[in-house]
Ligand binder design. Structure first.
Ligand SMILES: [Zn+2]
Length: 315
């Protein structure tokens, strides 16, 4: 079984800890949990906190990538950086954790389309146009009273990213921007870490129409285990809550369009809210899905195969 998590704010955490003088952060704090969960590939965001935006965006994003290289060296190559399908295969076959990169907002390129190619060369493979805020490309769902869709620059980013071989990621986009992405995409579109609005009504979750539109492009929806997007019912803020979102999406568009984008966030906050207490609890989700009637083959697709099929044709 191959396990791929399409969204984790790993490098932003590494960045903060290294700023305080820590080293080998991934091995020290995260690797054991990731290994217990048998995770093969993690897509780390280059998420930027408000305090770095806009002036420091480029510098901090570049530092995060540099820190990943330092960290791999400091660990004695216990995990690796994956930029393409060949790397992903190598990581899986050699039982090494592979780390890929995603933009959670295009802040690091400001309004300079030429910088996108540089970040492609540095390994960024998922491109979210914005986190919750406004960027030169789009408005996030956190921008109040916005009825702005994609800007001309946003449209240019889509075209260039898809030409280069980067996947456009619509998690966090406002609804108008979402439909602009769908209208203007020639390649599969993903929502790397979003759940179903029909199950839990959060502005970060997707309506049935949005889920169908993503599936029609050939993309996937990554199930988010950050409790604030799963349920308000404490008793379901666990693998059962996640099961409900998965069942809904599978019933709507089929098994080919669901993946994992766990967005584990407890390391960021004082009160834990994640539906899975770390990757080590992925087996709970596995068992719950089987109990709900999913076959082993179907669970394999959700946990990693659907992403593998996408990566094979894309990177
Ligand atoms: Zn996010």
């Amino acid at each position: 079984m191959i396990i791929i998590d399409g969204h984790f704010d790993l490098l932003p955490l590494v960045y903060e800890l290294r700023q305080k003088g820590e080293k080998n952060v991934i091995e020290k704090y995260f690797l054991s949990d990731i290994k217990q969960g048998n995770v093969n590939i993690i897509v780390s965001s280059l998420f930027l906190m408000d305090k770095y935006v806009p002036e420091m965006s480029l510098k901090v994003a570049l530092d995060m990538i540099s820190f990943l290289l330092y960290e791999i060296e400091e660990s004695g190559q216990k995990y690796m950086f994956c930029k393409n399908y060949h790397d992903i295969n190598y990581a899986i076959n050699n039982n090494l954790l592979g780390i890929m990169l995603s933009f959670e907002g295009i802040e690091p390129i400001y309004n300079d389309i030429y910088l996108l190619r540089i970040f492609y060369n540095l390994g960024v493979r998922f491109v979210g146009l914005t986190w919750n805020r406004r960027t030169y490309a789009a408005d996030g769902i956190g921008v109040k009273n916005s009825n702005r869709g994609l800007t001309d620059f946003g449209l240019e980013v889509i075209k260039e990213a898809q030409k280069l071989g980067m996947l456009i990621d619509v998690s966090h986009l406002n609804e108008k921007g979402f439909w602009d992405v769908i209208k203007n995409s020639t390649k599969p579109v993903i929502a790397s870490h979003s759940n179903a609005k029909a199950i839990f009504d959060s502005p970060r979750n997707l309506s049935d129409e949005q889920i169908k539109a993503i599936a029609q492009t050939g993309g996937v929806i990554g199930i988010n285990a950050n409790g604030i997007f799963v349920t308000e019912n404490e008793r379901e803020n666990n693998e059962l809550g996640l099961c409900k979102h998965i069942e809904h999406i599978v019933n709507l568009v089929g098994i080919n369009h669901v993946a994992l984008g766990l967005d584990l966030c407890d390391a960021f906050r004082n009160t834990p809210k994640d539906s899975l207490k770390g990757y080590k609890e992925l087996n709970k989700l596995f068992n719950a899905l089987v109990k709900h009637g999913f076959s082993q083959k179907e669970v394999n697709m959700i946990f990693g195969e659907n992403y593998i099929n996408l990566f094979k044709n894309f990177f």
